[in-house]
Ligand binder design. Structure first.
Ligand code: FES
Ligand SMILES: [Fe+2]
Length: 413
């Protein structure tokens, strides 16, 4: 396993610095074949993703703390399907198709709230918080209706710490297996105690993978983020590790221990308690920025107190929505100024990314580029694209759209 200890990260940074000085990439790194550009633009590929990717993967939908009490719920549209996530009377959080089992009306219409039951507005069929059908008006009009068989259709819903994921595939491997090496890499994070601090979203005119790729490489940092991120971290001194399952992990060396101002909340300040300093999270956070891509559409740039979880959701082949959930770990120090600075800093550099991506869909979609070459520091994109084909089934991907299978140097548990 790599990237777990500060010592290992330090040695990978040293290797990266040496490579940079010697102007080379690691000798044993495989050549990466080009990615067909049409994967980002073709309707056919988008349809394949709907059918075989989003229907089979664990998708992050929020934090357990957002479902504080019995009946707390949120509604979603995931892969075009209406979904409701609800905390039941027994305290368990469940997911269901948000569809009435009478004639298929949309059941819960608000974005979220606290409900006493789930009642369809059409003919008042009513379900309890666990999805069981409990009331049918004039039930005697139906011949042979068995309410027990007409509960809401469940969707797999599992938690990793307080992170909630759903999966439409009843046969899917459990979430913790799906996450491969991530649980070991996050063993120092107080995952049971993450709380939502702020959430916002924006829409972008490009394929969802253009954004996901953007959050998976730092090749652009020096140019796009010259006056923001690049001032804070040294993207050329990065410890990168592709993980099995299409996930990725990176720790980028910071340019110093920041104590105030822009970006400070991403790093450890000097005056933290001795107890905190003893923790691995503190040690790594003091010297670098950690970030993880969770397949297929999540990015988790972990920091000690306050950090964003960035999800990219497709709207259509050429448009996507980026949803940012800022979370706080445990009960870190309340520092409103630092929190506000962190959000301002994040919004400013994500704005720079969006400026860079403006017009990308049109540029990609009209025959001006056939295929995409990737460099060593863009290797996470290859891992992502290759794993998309693995999940969708290589037999389902037309050859002109497929990624060439490469034996990638994964971390081994
Ligand atoms: S469709 Fe919901 S009660 Fe008829
Ligand atoms: Fe960026």
């Amino acid at each position: 396993m790599t990237l777990e200890t500060p010592e290992r990260i330090q040695s990978m940074w040293e290797a990266a610095s040496t490579q940079m000085r010697e102007r080379r990439h690691p000798d044993d790194f495989p050549a990466l074949p080009d990615i067909p550009a049409a994967r980002y633009t073709s309707e056919a590929f988008y349809e394949l993703e709907k059918k075989h990717l989003w229907s089979r993967t664990w998708l992050f939908v929020g934090l357990a703390h957002e479902f504080e009490e019995q009946g707390s719920y949120r509604t979603y549209t995931l892969n075009e399907a209406p979904v409701v996530v609800m905390r039941g009377r027994d305290g368990e959080i469940r997911a269901f198709h948000n569809v009435c089992q009478h004639r298929g009306s949309l059941l819960m219409k608000d974005e979220g709230g606290v409900a006493r039951n789930m009642r369809c507005l059409y003919h008042c069929w009513t379900y309890d918080l666990d999805g069981k059908l409990i009331f049918v008006p004039d039930e005697h009009y139906f011949s042979g209706l068995n309410k027990e068989e007409r509960g809401l259709k469940p969707i797999r819903c599992e938690q990793f710490g307080s992170l909630l994921f759903v999966n439409f595939d009843e046969q899917a491997a459990p979430l913790v297996e799906y996450l491969t090496d991530i649980p070991a890499l996050w063993s120092d994070i107080p995952l049971d105690d993450l709380r939502l601090f702020d959430r916002f979203s924006f829409e972008v005119d490009c394929n969802w993978k253009c954004l996901q790729d953007n959050f998976a490489e730092n090749y652009h940092a020096k140019y796009v983020h010259e006056n923001t991120i690049d001032k804070v971290i040294d993207s050329k001194t990065s410890a990168l590790q592709m993980l099995r399952g299409g996930h990725n992990a990176i720790v980028i060396k910071s340019r110093g221990t920041l104590t105030s101002g822009m970006g400070a909340a991403f790093f450890k300040s000097e005056d933290d308690s001795a107890e905190d300093q003893a923790s691995k999270l503190a040690e790594i956070s003091r010297s670098g920025q950690r970030s993880y891509n969770i397949f297929p559409n999540g990015t988790f740039p972990i920091a000690e107190y306050l950090f964003p979880i960035v999800m990219v959701w497709p709207i259509d082949a050429g448009r996507c929505k980026v949803e940012v959930s800022f979370v706080k770990t445990g009960d870190g120090p309340a520092n409103e100024k630092l929190d506000a600075d962190t959000l301002t800093f994040f919004k400013s550099f994500i704005g720079e990314d969006l400026d860079a991506l403006a017009g990308m869909h049109k540029a990609l979609a009209h025959g001006g580029i056939d295929s995409i070459p990737l460099c060593w520091s863009e290797q996470f994109i290859y891992n992502h694209e290759q794993h998309i084909d693995v999940v969708m089934g290589r037999e389902n991907v037309p050859q002109e759209l497929a990624v060439v299978a490469v034996d990638l140097p994964y971390a081994h548990a």
